[in-house]
Design a protein around this ligand. Structure first.
Ligand code: FES
Length: 662
């Protein structure tokens, strides 16, 4: 069957004449957003503020009629863009005072750049010859014992595996032996066996880890976990199809014992502290496992395998390894490799036969989560010179290709995960993820996740907001409000000058949602650490930014990243946006592939062995790079020529330095 193309309709906006093709069922507000057109909308598209009204000129839409529009307005053709759903080609007029082109970020459809989602699907794995699950279910129909065939039950199974599947060396686990007699006879010697194929130990020997009466080969499931310092995410995987059946996340229970890794380590150094850390992480995971299995209607016993990745401290704490030396120079972990183990031995409520793989780490500050990302994104197999950046509280940077890899970690702070930002939040429903600004009235267009009334700002929203404020001269290149414009949205708040994104009555919080100079300063420090880390590492291996052939982003951002905004604030180096892709949670992606491919499990050992880790604080010039990066986008605009021209930064700077000398 051919690919089903989405059914689209054309929306024309007047008076600009901008047009955009958009899928049936999307809203007019989404169409405007895609077109890079600003429509006043401060309630996140939830239908509350009543500011997004547009006038229908031709065609029809479904909905768009709320109590904010009186009967005469409705009859005249006014509709609310956020609730008006596209069914036909339409032309709408955007009233004066709304509908300016979104300044700086977008000057039309063709110029707005989003990172493309990089997928690594099961077909690609199959085509590359990498699909070989480490845990597999096989169905056996065995001959019944008889006076001339009275071999032991275990030998009968091993013989059957050899005859039917050419399986040779096999170790049968004690738990299988204990139930073998009963299970074989329950369905007349028709059984499903679960084989685990370890790659590093017991070379060449497979383990027979479970046996069930009847044919259960169509039901084989695995779990993948990313143990983050703040959040633990899990996914349930169908090992036959490679599909993600469900995903869930929750705050890491360890958070009550310290917000960051250093405080967790300090707590783990107290009596019982380490055991507590391991227990509460497992408790969070057990809650998520129950949630995932219940939602999918899958029995706990059907889980054959689990892959876990986390930063080095999280892995140590989960496994009960003393993390003391991780926080003290020369920053030595107990181990960077971990043997395959039984999930039950780790405090996880999973069956005895469930095998756990823990991703290996590089160093104390480049952990298994990054290794999983490198494997998942295929960085270790590509010829292209690649920059991989995982942005979270710590930003980890990897540069290289299939021939060589170098890596480093830099402390970015939690701004990109919503931490240290007055109204910051994770990428969840109600988070402002996109934004533009009317250059004259300074009225906002807030787009939130799930079109809920705004609750706060997530990482991707933060980039776009600061970039828009910069491009309209609302803030200067130091991130300070220029105060030359007047708007009720600009005011002096408790933490200095701020811009109000959503008034209390329009949002889902119990106060006005604003962004202030302290927030912007935290963002600037975070992006400076990352940019300086990238530039230092690139130069340390004798390259220049221009040599990079592709950039792969992973981490905290909840959806596609606005690349224009990322370059406008100087988070990412200025490159052709077509070179940039986004993988979401790289740790989960790598974990999922490891559930499906023994090749990835085998290759990871070799990859870890050839990744060279740099300690940035020890590298000459890193500090200078960091200080130079504490401007938007950078002290040296020559590093961002296209961005500076697009945003008119030199002109804005000249205008303000004239009007407000000093
Ligand atoms: S009513 Fe449509 S965005 Fe607020």
């Amino acid at each position: 069957m051919g690919k089903a193309w989405p059914d689209t309709r054309r929306v024309t906006f007047l008076p600009s004449g901008l047009t955009v093709d958009i899928e049936i069922g999307e809203t007019l507000l989404k169409a405007a957003q895609n077109a890079g057109l600003h429509i006043n909308a401060s309630c996140g598209g939830s239908g509350v503020c009543g500011k997004c009204r547009v006038l229908l000129k031709t065609g029809s839409v479904a909905g768009g009629l709320t109590e904010k529009l009186g009967e005469p307005d409705r009859a005249a053709g006014w509709r609310q863009a956020c609730t008006a759903v596209i069914e036909n080609d339409v032309t709408v007029e955007v009233p004066a005072g709304s509908g300016k082109l979104a300044g700086g970020l977008s000057t039309g459809v063709a110029e707005r750049h989003r990172s493309r989602l990089r997928k690594y699907d099961i077909d690609e794995l199959r085509q590359a010859g990498l699909l070989q699950p480490p845990v597999e279910k096989l169905f056996l129909e065995l001959p019944r014992p008889s006076p001339v065939d009275n071999m032991a039950d275990a030998k009968r199974v091993i013989q059957g595996l050899h005859n039917q599947y050419d399986e040779k060396a096999m170790v049968v686990s004690l738990s299988v032996l204990r139930k073998l007699r009963r299970v074989l006879r329950e369905d007349d010697f028709r059984v499903t066996v679960t084989l685990a194929r370890p790659v590093h130990v017991y070379k060449g020997k497979n383990f027979l880890v479970n046996i069930q009466p009847g044919n259960w080969t169509s039901r084989s499931f695995g779990l993948v976990f990313d143990i983050g310092t703040t959040t633990i995410y899990g996914q349930l995987i169908d090992l036959n199809t490679g599909k993600i059946l469900d995903g869930a996340g929750d705050y890491n229970g360890q958070i009550s014992y310290g917000e960051d890794v250093i405080n967790r380590i300090i707590y783990a150094e107290t009596p019982e502290g380490l055991a507590t850390m391991a227990r509460v992480a497992a408790e969070t995971m057990n809650r998520l496992i129950t949630k995932l299995l219940d939602a999918a209607g899958i029995d706990r016993d059907e889980i054959a395998s689990i892959t876990i990745a986390g930063n080095t401290t999280m892995t140590h704490l989960f496994l009960g390894l003393e993390p003391h030396s991780i926080r003290r120079a020369p920053y030595v972990p107990v181990s960077t490799f971990f043997p395959p183990m039984r999930a039950g031995d780790l405090g996880l409520e999973l069956p005895h036969h469930c095998v756990a793989l823990i991703f290996p780490a590089i160093s104390s500050y480049v952990g298994g989560d990054i290794v999983a990302g490198v494997m998942g994104a295929g960085l270790y197999r590509t010829e292209a010179l690649t920059l991989f950046v995982d942005i979270g509280t710590n930003a980890e940077i990897v540069i290289g290709n299939r021939d060589w890899l170098v890596c480093a970690a830099c402390s970015a702070g939690p701004a990109f995960e919503g931490g240290g930002i007055t109204h910051g939040m994770r990428a969840a429903d109600g988070a402002i993820k996109d934004f533009s600004l009317d250059p004259e009235t300074l009225e906002p267009m807030n787009i939130t996740i799930a079109n809920r009334p705004p609750l706060g700002i997530c990482g991707s929203g933060l980039l776009v907001i600061v970039a828009a404020l910069l491009s309209h001269g609302v803030i200067d290149r130091r991130g300070k409000f220029t105060r030359h414009q007047t708007s009720p949205r600009l005011r002096e708040g408790r933490s200095g000058w701020e811009y109000v994104l959503a008034w209390r009555e329009e949002n889902g919080a119990d106060c006005d949602i604003a962004i202030n100079e302290v927030d912007i300063d935290n963002l600037i420090r975070a992006k400076a650490a990352i940019y300086a880390g990238i530039k230092t590492l690139v130069e340390e291996v004798g390259l220049a930014i221009g040599d990079l052939e592709q950039i792969i982003l992973a981490g905290a951002f909840g959806s596609f990243i606005d690349l224009d905004a990322a370059m406008a604030i100087g988070l990412l180096p200025e490159v052709d946006p077509a070179k940039i892709t986004y993988v979401g949670n790289g740790s989960l992606m790598g974990g999922r592939l490891s559930e499906l491919s023994n090749h990835i499990r085998r290759d990871v050992v070799e990859v870890v062995g050839r990744m060279t880790s740099f300690e940035l604080s020890e590298v000459n010039g890193f500090k200078d790079q960091y200080i130079a990066s504490l401007f938007l986008p950078h002290t040296d605009l020559e590093l961002f020529p296209t961005t500076a021209a697009r945003l008119g930064l030199k002109k804005i700077e000249a205008k303000f330095s004239k009007a407000f000398p000093g």
